[in-house]
Design a protein around this ligand. Structure first.
Ligand code: 0O2
Length: 201
């Protein structure tokens, strides 16, 4: 596909990312305006680069005509929360908005991946208004704690920025790190509950 066609195809995804980042920024602002702490530490969005899309198409043997149907994370939002309970609260808050249509939930917190990866993934559809039409755009929202993000960021770097295959030993050590980080996540949440009680945020 020509570069110009890729750019045209990706435009609605860019608008959808902007829209969703804004929604989360509004949530953060609302908490801060009433003097409450915001359970969201950070929110970022991106549209997958053309080269990453091509890599993933190759890896998953996806034909160019099926790319929009098959790739759910062309548009991606990452929301970093403080505590595990915040992840589910933020997900509920978002899904209550009536222009957000849930397509899929993958709960890698309740069911972590074999390598130890944890995060809540929502695939939602949002309306985007182009000059002459309204289109529904799928967006993958990854919601995770600071601790989950710490592990995922370093693991991603070790896996993707490395030409060598990861050995079983390294795989096991990464999985052990994921377990320790999970324990710390729960302990920090316990401490938070003890200090602040189980107040609704
Ligand atoms: P990037 O560079 O972050 O965009 P798959 O991608 O085959 O694992 P699928 O069905 O496409 O699986 O969707 P899934 O499981 O929801 O994963 C999509 C994204 O979640 C990945 O995108 C990563 O961002 C993140 N992710 C999933 N599993 C892992 C993992 O084991 N480690 C880390 N660090 N991140 C993970 P991309 O396109 O793989 O990468």
């Amino acid at each position: 596909m020509e570069l110009q066609l890729w750019r045209e195809m990706l435009t609605p995804y860019e608008l959808a990312v902007d829209e969703l980042v804004l929604k989360f920024r509004h949530i953060i602002r609302e908490y801060r305006n009433v003097g409450r702490y915001s359970p969201i530490e950070q929110v970022d969005g991106r549209v997958k680069s053309i080269s990453s899309i091509l890599d993933k198409m190759q890896r998953k043997k996806i034909n160019v005509n099926d790319v929009e149907k098959e790739l759910e994370d062309i548009a991606g939002i990452r929301v970093i929360c403080h505590y595990i309970k915040d992840i589910y609260r933020m997900s509920d808050l978002l899904l209550r908005q009536d222009d957000i249509h849930l397509l899929k939930i993958k709960d890698y917190i309740k069911n972590p991946k074999e390598n130890g990866y944890r995060s809540l993934h929502l695939v939602v559809e949002v309306p985007v208004y182009l000059a002459n039409e309204k289109v529904m755009v799928p967006v993958e929202i990854q919601i995770r704690t600071i601790a989950m993000d710490f592990w995922a960021t370093l693991e991603h770097h070790l896996r993707y920025k490395n030409d060598k295959e990861i050995s079983d030993d390294i795989r096991n050590r990464l999985s052990d790190c994921a377990k320790s980080i999970t324990d710390i996540d729960y302990e920090m949440e316990d401490i938070h509950n003890e200090v602040f009680g189980h107040h609704k945020i």
